[in-house]
Design a protein around this ligand. Structure first.
Ligand SMILES: C[S@@+](CC[C@H](N)C(=O)[O-])C[C@H]1O[C@@H](n2cnc3c(N)ncnc32)[C@H](O)[C@@H]1O
Length: 329
């Protein structure tokens, strides 16, 4: 992927050349040199260095971009099963500078009940499937596509605007994160899988923005930068993770999927009452406008109303049933 020619030093990535112009002698450190040879931002030599990166585009999605420790090479790679359109890994590493850390997008957290952190009891995990969160360059800017603002753009690109409903996942997240069940500390995690296959985790104590516009901004940052940190902290409140979601689900858990079209219509309170007391509950709800969730890891597939519900209402009904069982008022 990286090559060196004679004369002006250059590297080639996907056939695109990157040229290095330096006022100093060429750095002769090895590709992965010892720490003391790494250029520092405080070095005078380093400050005088000019780097030109020309036409650096990625024909397919790129989820990691790294500069080798000696600063000579840029390595871009695709991570399996993530489909972020622009993706620069900002994972914690020794090599990250303070400036780079400050660039992490930040989001407020909300407090959870203190009892929740000390008492070990079964919990709830929510998986939102088929969430419509797709990034595209509309005009000059990257945006999360939605049926309202981007209908013409979508039609021009032979897409059905009705399929682009990021507001569904927004409402679903508000429903679960604002629930008394979460405030009582019973929610372990939320996983969202987009209809393009990107999986991300949402920490239960994240405070999701109260307006859709700000939410869309956060989602855009997440899909581009792969994580969002808490204000003033390094902890990631939202982060893109590897598929499949099953590797994060507790072994003893009951995985319950929901669809209006399921043959098994139940009264959710009675159903939950019949599940063993120490079993973690994994709820899988669709975050799309139409169609049915298709998951091979579900133990039970339920309909909980005679009526088609929004994802947010479905989650609210399920949370209320669990709250009754676990005496969360
Ligand atoms: C907007 S709906 C999607 C509509 C789709 N026709 C369906 O029912 O699966 C979002 C999600 O809410 C859940 N849902 C909606 N109505 C439901 C019902 N009556 N029973 C169980 N889950 C329901 C399903 O998980 C669904 O994927």
């Amino acid at each position: 992927m990286a090559t060196k020619g004679s004369g002006l030093k250059s590297t080639s990535i996907n056939g695109v050349k990157r040229y290095m112009v330096s006022s100093q002698q060429r750095n002769t450190a090895s590709l992965v040199g010892p720490k003391k040879h790494r250029p520092s931002r405080k070095d005078k030599d380093y400050q005088q260095k000019i780097e030109l990166v020309q036409d650096l585009t990625f024909p397919t999605a790129t989820s990691r971009i790294k500069v080798t420790p000696n600063g000579e090479f840029l390595i871009a790679s695709e991570e399996e099963n993530t489909d972020a359109e622009t993706a620069i890994s900002l994972e914690d590493s020794e090599e990250k500078t303070e400036e780079e850390r400050e660039e992490l997008p930040e989001l407020e957290g909300i407090p959870i009940a203190p009892s929740a952190q000390t008492i070990k009891k079964p919990g709830v995990i929510l998986v939102l499937e088929k969430a419509s969160l797709e990034v595209a360059k509309v005009g000059k800017n990257y945006q999360i596509l939605n049926s309202e603002e981007h209908a013409n753009f979508l039609r021009r690109n032979n897409k059905n605007p009705a399929d682009y409903r990021p507001d569904i996942v927004y409402q679903a997240l508000l429903s679960i994160l604002d629930s008394p069940l979460n405030k009582a500390g019973c929610l372990r995690a939320v996983y969202v899988k987009t209809d393009k296959g990107v999986l991300f985790e949402v920490k239960p104590y994240v405070r999701i923005p109260r307006t859709y516009k700000r939410f869309a901004g956060i989602m855009l940052q997440l899909l581009q930068k792969l994580s969002i940190a808490a204000v003033g902290k390094r902890e990631k409140l939202l982060r893109v993770i590897k598929n499949p979601v099953t590797q994060y689900l507790p072994l003893n858990s009951r995985k319950i999927g929901f669809s209006h079209s399921s043959d098994k219509l139940v009264e959710m309170e009675k159903y939950v009452a019949g599940v063993g007391g120490d079993t973690d509950l994994v709820f899988v709800v669709g975050a799309m406008s139409h169609g049915k969730i298709e998951c091979d890891y579900i133990d039970d597939f339920l309909s909980i109303s005679e009526y088609p519900l929004s994802a947010a209402w479905c989650i609210a009904r399920v949370c209320e049933a669990v709250s009754k069982k676990w005496r969360v008022l």
